[in-house]
Ligand binder design. Structure first.
Ligand SMILES: Nc1ncnc2c1ncn2[C@@H]1O[C@H](COP(=O)(O)OP(=O)(O)O)[C@@H](O)[C@H]1O
Ligand SMILES: [Mg+2]
Length: 260
């Protein structure tokens, strides 16, 4: 039994078939990359998995449970957290407040339930302490101590990307979905990001799906790769195999982007 599976997922928007009959499975603790040209349907995979979109067809399975059609906060609580292609941080709040708020927003249903029941206030207080404790752990783990009380807009871009990673991690996920974690990073920041992604898998045992254009990162971290074009899988397997696959080279017009 695999940790996670996507089974024959299709999703269209008007005339655009963003995903067609897409299936894959994840083993616990692996780093699985999704590559493909712009518009291939990569982010749509994450939007379906995280509950922002409901697939037209197919099912999504986490451990023994079918999670297809669940609301985003329920999926987050079941153990799937994500980052966004464009940063979704609160720019005028501090790093630490972004981490706390990230936890609250994604666990909103439980927070509201507790607030609605005054006799459970002590439980709410206990939960608040647990939230803060978790956030402090993340700050320590990602070495964000020096930035904790600074507003996001004043942080270097690489630290903002790391903070977004931290916000997803604060949900204590089993599976982490990273949408272009190295986009816009310089060489040094990208090396750091590679380190953190591996560290999250190695130290925390989190299973990772990463969408990325930077092939240096993909080659360095992936246990397996899936290549997508026009919403269909065109190749899957070991990273070098996939990058050399004829369909994949054609999809990129013979050029693998950003190899350095
Ligand atoms: N919410 C949406 N409404 C309409 N079209 C969408 C929506 N989301 C994605 N699409 C379309 O689906 C296709 C795949 O998009 P996306 O998954 O964002 O690609 P990628 O992340 O691989 O660049 C594109 O043609 C895109 O325009
Ligand atoms: Mg995308």
């Amino acid at each position: 039994m695999s940790l996670f599976s996507l089974n024959h997922i299709s999703k269209s928007f008007g005339g655009v078939q963003a995903l067609s009959d897409l299936s894959f499975e994840l083993e616990e603790g692996e780093i699985f990359s999704v590559i493909g040209p712009n518009g291939a349907g990569k982010s749509t995979i994450f939007n379906c998995i995280s509950g922002l979109y409901t697939p037209d067809e197919g099912s999504i399975q986490l451990a023994e449970k079918e999670i297809t059609g669940w609301a985003p906060h329920r999926i987050a609580r079941a153990g799937i957290a994500r980052t966004f292609q464009n940063l979704e941080l609160f720019r005028y709040l501090t790093a630490v407040d972004n981490l706390l708020l990230g936890r609250h927003i994604h666990m909103q249903a439980s927070l509201l339930r507790i607030l609605a029941m005054p006799f459970r206030r002590s439980r709410a207080a206990r939960e608040e302490i647990a939230h803060r404790h978790k956030v402090e752990e993340i700050i320590e783990f990602l070495e964000l101590e020096a930035y904790r009380d600074r507003p996001v807009f004043a942080l270097p871009y690489g630290i903002q990307k790391l903070l977004e990673l931290g916000r997803a991690l604060a949900l204590e996920p089993k599976i982490l979905l990273l949408d272009e974690p190295a986009a816009g990073l310089n060489n040094e920041e990208r090396q750091d990001m590679i380190f953190w992604i591996k560290d999250i898998r190695d130290q925390l045992g989190v299973t990772v799906i990463v969408i990325e254009h930077n092939m240096e990162l993909v080659k360095d971290i992936s246990d397996r790769v899936l290549a997508l074009n026009f919403g269909r899988m065109i190749a899957t397997g070991q990273v070098l195999e996939v990058l050399e696959h004829e369909e994949v080279r054609k999809a990129y017009l013979g050029e693998i982007p950003e190899t350095t």
